[in-house]
Design a protein around this ligand. Structure first.
Ligand SMILES: Nc1ncnc2c1ncn2[C@@H]1O[C@H](COP(=O)(O)OP(=O)(O)OP(=O)(O)O)[C@@H](O)[C@H]1O
Length: 769
């Protein structure tokens, strides 16, 4: 048996050979452009090809390999990029190659012929150490019930030490330590809708991005980086993840965030939950469709449509135009129809006045415009939302008067001045398709991250950019918040569905959050996602959560002190603060001249990063300070889920500053109500704002019976839709009353409360009864 030292020496010799071979290739490729000679075009093409190949070599400081797997007599070194020598011997296999499979997939239960898996720790190309998994040895040890994390879960020391490493504002690649369960998802068929559910820190984002790299390698040259789009919830998030793929040698993948997925970006218009919910509903698609085609009409007072003037003018009677329009309506996009109608007019003018000069383009356009106005998506939507009449005419009986009232808004004087909210973007995108057809930029594969929060209209926006429906969609229902918070993936898969198969998979190991922290956070799980299994945490953290009680009127000071203390130890810190304390916290930061990054404005680069709970989704830090959990819970309908998100952002340390209760679990009564709410939310979310029509209640999909049994305080199994709805109304009423009461307490002196309530009744038209 060779000593460790000898093994290391041999391995280093292989690394050195591979390094020389790689650098020789680099030198050849670098010279390729100038050496190729011949016409300039040819030389340029050769140089481009060489540059592309160079990109896939990695840097000269990078270690040539990160692992090795022995299968029978074959010894394979695995690295980010393949390396061959002059004799075409394969010195290193790239991780995406099928040959590398046993390195990732060999487990104790199924070693796939592998006898050894070795993981290297390197400084540049110098091996510092290595960890071995000897599969036969494992079998023996497991038989002796001496199982380690490696045997039980396939978690090796390299992975654990990777998880311990400090974090920054950029996500990193995890190629060396991809877990076999993750690898199976990474390499699964491209032609499917793959939905991956997993708890916080189970590696969903990492898997989705590494899957892109794997697909690009294995489907080249049919699949190019520019054929792949990655959609994230916000600019901050896409910035956070966008270094992973270039790190794997895959540049030019397209990144978009939902606020810009349309012909016009969000300009930050603020809208309440009910309107955001409404604008995300599928009904909006038909409203826009009807409203747009209603713009094609013969104006009420128009008797004839005259094309041109003077002796060459040609007149069309109202009846004639009315009879003609249907020939052009609805047969393609609005713009195509308009062009077809314009052609008709042109032909008719020439036919009816053969000796005339024909209609010039401006003359024709002016005539068409009267009947079939040319529109942009922004102009159309501004006109629609700015007119109650237009809204009513398009809505038919699909929207209530209250809903029309919600959609209506005062239009800006100029189209360019109109302000657009995040949820308007998907409507503008829908309008754009109606106007001009599907976007020409379509993708062969789309990754959607944090998909659990998307509205149906946003999902349609994504779907229309997909060539075939091939997608990887990742998220966590327990972290689903916002107006489209949901309890199941059903509607998402339905809207994204195509002819391709759809598959729902789970990731079950929690890598990010250490055990002590997750055990604390997981107490929320029965209330926020009773049907979901908590992830199995793979490691212990360095410390228990630090729960610190602070004075409710002085939260900002201690919050800053806690963040500074973590930062002082060189940690990348997330300071997650509810709105209630945000202003004070910012004042405190300024007063102490502390450098900090505002996560909400897309920054994530300082050692102290301040985020609202909702903004912290998908991110991670070495240490997290969660400020006032009770306020977090109280500030939104999804407060418990926001708290769960906030508590699970840390890779190591958690400090919770509370004003009495560190983990505000609902009381038994309230938890019953929450469970009730959770059951109907997602299927009948509209009921939160309007009494739903009975038909929608009966449309509910059956609940997962296994989920029912695991609910705390689960009540008698069968509840009819109407019982749920009426209970839900009680819940809604109670929560609304609590929120109003809290506002009242804060804003108005107690002796005025009666008077305010009576004014409120008046305001709502409830009279004195
Ligand atoms: N196999 C692995 N090897 C090393 N690190 C890993 C592995 N899998 C996941 N990680 C790390 O765990 C952390 C969490 O991963 P990721 O952000 O992808 O999780 P997530 O499921 O998307 O989390 P969330 O739901 O909270 O957004 C990241 O730091 C990631 O690099």
């Amino acid at each position: 048996m060779p000593t460790n030292e000898l093994v290391l020496k041999r391995e280093q010799a292989h690394f050195d050979d591979a390094w020389l071979a790689r650098e020789a290739t680099r030198a050849t490729l670098s010279d390729a452009g100038s050496a190729s000679g011949g016409p300039r075009k040819v030389a340029a093409a050769v140089k481009n090809a060489a540059d592309e190949r160079l990109q896939r070599l990695g840097g000269s400081d990078d270690a040539v390999a990160f692992g090795r797997v022995d299968v029978g007599d074959d010894v394979l070194y695995i690295g980010n990029h393949a390396i061959t020598n002059d004799d075409f011997d394969l010195l290193v296999v790239n991780w995406q190659a099928p040959a590398a499979r046993p390195y990732f997939e060999a487990t104790f239960a199924n070693p796939l012929g592998a006898t050894l898996r070795r993981t290297f720790q390197c400084e540049r190309n110098t091996i510092q150490g290595f960890d071995d998994v000897v599969f036969e040895d494992l079998a023996r040890r497991v038989a002796q019930l001496d199982a380690s994390a490696e045997e039980v879960w396939g978690i090796n020391d390299a992975l654990l030490s990777d998880l311990e490493a400090g974090r920054s504002g950029e996500m990193r690649e995890i190629v060396q330590t991809i877990h076999h369960a993750q690898y199976a998802l990474i390499r699964s068929e491209m032609d499917q809708l793959l939905v991956i559910q997993g708890g916080p820190g189970t590696g969903k984002t990492a898997v989705a991005l590494h899957r892109v790299s794997w697909l690009l390698y294995n489907h080249a040259p049919d699949l190019l980086p520019q054929d792949v789009m990655v959609v994230g919830p916000s600019d901050t998030f896409t910035r956070y993840i966008r270094s992973v793929l270039p790190g794997l040698g895959d540049d030019n993948v397209v990144y978009r965030d939902l606020r810009s997925l349309g012909p016009q970006k969000s300009t930050g218009r603020n809208e309440g939950t009910s309107i955001r919910r409404l604008k995300g509903e599928l009904r909006m698609a038909s409203l826009l469709h009807t409203a747009l085609w209603q713009r094609v009409r013969v104006p009420d007072r128009m008797k004839t449509l005259q094309v041109g003037s003077g002796f060459s003018a040609v007149s069309f009677s109202r009846e004639e135009i009315e009879a003609e329009l249907p020939n052009h309506v609805g047969k393609g996009s609005y713009t195509v129809g308009r062009a077809s109608f314009r052609n008709f007019l042109q032909r008719e003018v020439e036919a009816r006045n053969p000796r005339g000069p024909g209609a010039t383009a401006p003359v024709l356009d002016a005539a068409v415009e009267r009947v079939w106005p040319s529109l942009s998506a922004v102009a159309f939507l501004r006109d629609l939302f700015g007119s109650r009449d237009r809204l009513l005419a398009a809505a038919g009986d699909r929207f209530t008067g209250t809903e029309i009232g919600r959609l209506f808004r005062q239009a800006s004087d100029k189209v360019a001045d109109e302000q657009w909210s995040d949820v308007d973007v998907a409507l503008l995108d829908e309008a754009e398709e109606l106007l001009n057809g599907r976007p020409s930029a379509r993708y062969r594969h789309i990754v959607v991250d944090e998909a659990q929060d998307l509205s149906p209209m946003q999902l349609r926006s994504i779907r229309r950019r997909s060539e075939s429906g091939s997608m990887t969609v990742v998220g966590d229902l327990a972290q689903s918040t916002g107006p489209w918070a949901r309890e199941s993936w059903d509607d998402i898969t339905t809207i994204l569905a195509s002819d391709l198969p759809a598959q729902l998979e789970q990731l079950e190991l929690g890598y990010r959050v250490p055990r002590q922290v997750y055990e604390f956070a997981a107490q929320l799980l029965p209330y926020i996602a009773p049907g979901l299994k908590p992830p199995t945490v793979v490691r212990d953290g360095p410390a228990d959560p630090e729960l610190v009680e602070v004075d409710e009127f002085d939260v900002a000071g201690p919050a800053l002190a806690a963040a500074r203390s973590h930062a002082g130890s060189g940690r990348f810190v997330g300071l997650i603060c509810p709105d209630r304390h945000r202003r004070r916290l910012e004042e405190e930061l300024v007063a102490h001249d502390v450098k900090w990054a505002n996560v909400g404005s897309g920054n994530l680069d300082s050692s102290i990063n301040v985020a609202r709970p909702s903004e912290s989704k998908g991110l991670e830090f070495d240490a997290v300070v969660v400020v006032d959990p009770e306020a977090i819970v109280g500030e939104s309908d999804w407060g418990l889920r926001h708290l769960y998100v906030a508590l699970t952002r840390t890779t190591k340390y958690l400090t919770v500053l509370h004003t009495g209760v560190a983990l505000p679990l609902p009381t038994e009564q309230a938890s019953d109500a929450l469970i009730e709410l959770a059951e109907v939310r997602g299927l009948e979310q509209a009921a939160l704002f309007d009494a739903p029509p009975p038909a929608r209640v009966t449309e509910r999909t059956p609940r997962d019976p296994s989920a029912e049994s695991s609910r705390p305080n689960a009540r008698a199994a069968s509840r009819t839709g109407s019982t749920s709805t009426s209970s839900l109304n009680v819940v809604i009423a109670k929560r609304a009353a609590e929120a109003l009461a809290a506002d009242l307490r804060e804003a108005v002196a107690p002796h005025l409360w009666e008077a305010v309530i009576s004014e409120l009744r008046e305001e709502l038209g409830l009279g004195d009864s």
